[in-house]
Design a protein around this ligand. Structure first.
Ligand code: NDP
Length: 255
């Protein structure tokens, strides 16, 4: 049996939880060596243990994607461990409730809440690509997937900073796809709908019925269902796919 990512080296940010952890595991199952990065090294190490338990190889890296020196060191450590970087999943992100009070319209948002969301969700993706792309250029190719959201495609009330950050991820993804196609580097975004992870636990408890009412599939997605799309986008099977915003949302955005 061969895996879709045999022989490739992959890096996942936000790899200690939710969609990032599921994707790190899926990458490993498909044969990749995986660098699992997150704010907490211990939490990233727990994902590494799960990968080791299924026979995969991985390393844990502590990195805050809002800090350029952390991001540079994260890429450098991946190269020391694996000697190359073929696939990057720039996925670390925060929800509005992690940056300030919820339920605020645009004019009520504190500048600090706005800045905190943009720093992780958009600047973090920019910094990751900035430090990953030169290595992929040296290797004559690579595949980057950035985590956007259905909030990168449509507006959502009371979520202005989050929506702006995710629209920004899609714009940055498209620009980079154009800039680096000649270097054989593909850059895509994945747009999850409502997925069952620690990020959504509290929101689902508060207003799950309302959210599910907007999802034609009438259920939350599982992180593994996003991982499937990310693995494919990262693999050579998606060799002609670049600059796309790939939606995995149970039909939410088709309405
Ligand atoms: P989780 O909260 O489960 O996982 C996010 C991970 O990112 C956590 O381990 C978190 O660490 C880490 N993280 C947060 N800030 C930073 C940072 N500055 N540097 C490095 N790591 C950081 O969320 P999900 O798995 O649900 O979300 C993953 C991505 O998917 C996010 O970009 C999110 O916006 C996006 N998304 C999620 C959807 C959903 O319904 N769940 C829907 C659409 C998009 P810590 O726990 O220490 O904060």
């Amino acid at each position: 049996m061969t895996g879709l990512l045999d022989g490739k080296a992959a890096l996942v940010t936000g790899g200690a939880s939710g969609i990032g952890r599921a994707t790190a595991l899926a990458y490993a199952r498909e044969g990749a060596l995986v660098a699992v990065a997150d704010r907490s090294e211990a939490a990233a190490q727990a994902t590494v243990a799960m990968i080791n338990a299924i026979g995969g190889q991985a390393i844990a890296i502590a990195a805050d994607v809002t800090r350029e020196d952390d991001v540079a060191a994260m890429v450098a450590r991946t190269l020391i461990a694996f000697g190359r970087l073929d696939c990057a999943f720039n996925n670390a992100g925060i929800a509005p409730f992690q940056a300030g009070p919820t339920g605020q319209r645009t004019h009520e948002l504190a500048e600090s809440s706005w800045a905190a969301v943009l720093a992780v969700n958009l600047t973090g993706v920019f910094l990751c690509m900035k430090h990953q792309i030169p290595q992929m250029q040296r290797q004559n190719g690579g595949a980057i997937v950035n985590t956007a959201s259905i909030a990168g495609l449509v507006g959502l009330p009371m979520s202005g900073a989050y929506v702006a950050s995710k629209h920004g991820v899609i714009g940055l993804t498209k620009s980079a796809a154009l800039e680096y196609a000649q270097d054989r580097i593909r850059v895509n975004a994945v747009c999850p709908g409502y997925i069952q992870t620690p990020m959504t636990t509290e929101t689902v408890q508060r207003r799950g019925d309302e959210l599910l009412g907007k999802v034609p599939a009438h259920r939350l997605g599982q992180p593994e269902e996003i991982a499937e799309a990310v693995v494919w986008l990262s693999s050579d099977r998606a060799s002609f796919v670049t600059g796309s915003a790939y939606t995995v949302d149970g039909g939410y955005s088709a309405a």
